[in-house]
Unconditional design. Sequence first.
Length: 107
Amino acid sequence: MVNKVMTNSEKVYEIVESIPRGKVLTYGILAELVGITNPRVVGNILHSNPYEDSVHCHRVVNAQGGLAPAFAFGGAEKQKEKLLKEGATFRGEFVLLEKCLWDVDAV
DNA sequence: GCTATGACCTAAT
DNA sequence: AATTAGGCCATAG
């Protein structure tokens, strides 16, 4: 069968674009969702961000629930403010994954 | 087509 | 507690 193969990156974009407001996802989970065994790829894919017009990379966080050490959105603090306005819950500089972790399996 | 790098994660030191 | 090392895969030059 010659099923059209969708690259994992495409899936990443799809998922990230599908992240609802006030929810966040971790690189590790996102990686597993797309079938990648390595979270680094997710970060790299998002770094390329060819869909920055639609993909909200700021809704993707690390396993700690915090943003990257040098997020290129204008500052992690700015990022926090944005997520806060979206309805996400933060604990200090880390988002409460227990509350804001997007349940992909539920969707 | 190959090499180098990377927005991560985990464990160990 | 912080830093180093290893692992692994995709994107870019």
